[in-house]
Design a binder for this molecule. Structure first.
Ligand code: BGC
Length: 428
């Protein structure tokens, strides 16, 4: 007999991308770094084909977003997460580019026209060059710089967008890669800088949160309604009266042994890795965005408790669907709605993706059943895209990209996922 696991009414289904990974044609600290001698030196011999590691035109989604959103619509998605590229909006310090703002307005309207709610990330790993030259998030004025940009964007898009995210994985992933292990620009290795950057992310988030809330509450809801009623294209008519601002962090399943010292180390590490930002930024966020991918075995003794689980060779990650359940249950204590803002598998052959999605959804369903206030699931990613220091090799997409022709081809797992989206239920 088949079993159906129903998700709550209004649960959102979709996928996510980020500007630098799909748009193409960007100019920011990453594009500068991709071609720098330090970066080239980092590549292994067999990776010397520079094009595989230079974002370049990526998926050209800057020009082809309508085609992308047609696919998302066809796949029954009703939410889509993307990011606005700060370096396009503010290419020079304090000078905002209205043409780029108009571009993002059209992009949002294209989503709304297709019945897909936009979820907008304001920062997803990349910085304008001027900001990076000032020290990026090490600069003590970085919270003000970021907030100035965030205010400009929200002020101009507040009638169109309800769900905003300040930072994607600032404290959990970016600070570590960029300031502790030296893999990402600016390739620093300093505990002191790492801690400072994390603090500045928190300050920046709290400052931006306050300013965005001021804009959204001082905004006249009725005039927004009138303006938006004139246009049938807006799916979020008068969105500004209930703007919600969230934080996205990556959480891992923090496996550890059960000896007393392993438990203590596990607790400290788990807090720093998964919960730090959510804890420090309380109460200044309206929802939590959880990105979940894999197991982390940095704490000793874990194999005694949890044998090796699944494997994602394209990333070298150990997968563990039940881990998302444990992460969600830990996040419950913050008493905020939760969206799974990223979860996905790099799987070029599309052999494991359907199973991966279904198994994670099964555990998300369980978490909801056990009291977690989950509001949506966004698969990472809609398209194969530029996977940061791994280049174009890992294939996370529901849609396969032919980078030579830019042709998009929907993978069969995407159709399986689309059934779940349509039925708001997982059928076995
Ligand atoms: C990031 C994405 C990335 C994905 C897979 C997340 O940490 O937000 O940009 O592509 O993981 O590595």
């Amino acid at each position: 007999m088949s079993e159906a696991l129903k998700f709550p009414d209004g649960f959102k289904w979709g996928s996510a991308t980020s500007a630098h990974q799909v748009e193409g044609g960007n100019h920011n600290d990453w594009t500068e770094w991709e071609k720098s001698p330090q970066r080239i030196a980092q590549l292994k011999k067999e990776e010397k084909d520079p094009y595989g590691f230079i974002s370049g035109r990526a998926c050209d989604s800057y020009n082809r977003y309508e085609e992308d959103f047609d696919i998302a619509q066809k796949l029954n998605h009703n939410i889509h997460r993307f990011s606005i590229e700060w370096s396009r909006i503010e290419p020079e310090e304090g000078k905002f580019n209205e043409k780029e703002l108009e571009h993002y307005k059209r992009l949002i309207d294209a989503l709304c026209d297709r019945g897909i709610e936009p979820m907008v990330t304001l920062w997803h790993f990349t910085n304008p060059v001027w900001f990076a030259e000032k020290g990026g998030f090490l600069n003590k004025k970085s919270p003000e710089y970021f907030t100035r940009f965030a205010k400009y964007v929200v002020d101009n898009l507040k009638d169109r967008v309800r769900l905003w995210i300040t930072f994607n994985e600032g404290a959990s992933v970016y600070a570590g890669f960029s300031y502790l292990n030296g893999q990402w620009p600016p390739q620093r290795r300093s505990l002191f800088e790492y801690l400072k950057v994390r603090k500045n992310f928190i300050k920046a988030h709290i400052l931006a949160y306050g300013e965005i809330k001021k804009i959204s509450t001082s905004h006249n809801f009725f005039s927004a309604m009138r303006a938006s009623q004139k246009s049938s294209t807006l799916c979020n008519a008068g969105a500004s009266h209930n703007v919600e601002i969230g934080i996205v962090e990556s959480n891992v399943y923090n496996a550890h042994g059960n000896r007393w010292y392993e438990k203590i180390i596990g607790r400290i590490y788990g807090y720093q890795r998964n919960l730090y930002f959510f804890d420090k930024a309380l109460p200044y966020y309206d929802f939590i965005g959880l990105n979940y991918y894999h197991v982390d075995r940095r704490v000793p003794g874990s194999y005694r408790i949890l044998p090796r689980q699944g494997w994602m060779p394209e990333m070298g990650w150990e997968t563990y669907p039940k881990g998302i359940y444990y992460c969600l249950m830990k996040l419950k204590k913050f008493k905020k709605p939760i969206y799974v803002t990223e979860n996905g598998i790099a799987d070029a052959k599309d052999e494991q993706r359907e199973k991966f999605i279904k198994e994670h959804l099964r555990w998300i369903w369980q978490a909801i059943h056990d009291g977690v206030d989950a509001h949506g699931y966004l698969y990472w990613s809609l398209l194969d895209n530029f996977e940061w220091h791994h280049g174009f090799e890992p294939r996370f997409g529901l849609v396969e990209m032919d980078y030579a022709t830019l042709e998009r081809k929907i993978r069969s797992s995407a159709f399986e996922y689309s059934k779940i989206c349509k039925e708001n239920a997982l059928n076995f």
